[in-house]
Design a protein. Structure first.
Length: 60
């Protein structure tokens, strides 16, 4: 997620500019997330597990 298109409810300014404390907190939270599990990542993991399972079954 990006804060480029978000508008702050407190100051009505773009969150990316960090005009108020709420903007600054939101921007810091968005840009410092440790790990976000997105639907695309889940699909990729399922595809990889399926590929490894099929490969393991084929090798036997």
């Amino acid at each position: 997620m990006s804060c480029e298109n978000l508008v702050c409810a407190m100051c009505a300014g773009p969150v990316i500019e960090g005009r108020c404390a709420t903007c600054q907190t939101s921007r810091a939270h968005i840009h410092h997330q440790q790990f976000a599990l997105t639907p695309q990542m889940v699909a990729l993991l399922i595809a990889l597990l399926t590929a490894f399972t099929l490969l393991a079954a084929h090798v036997r």
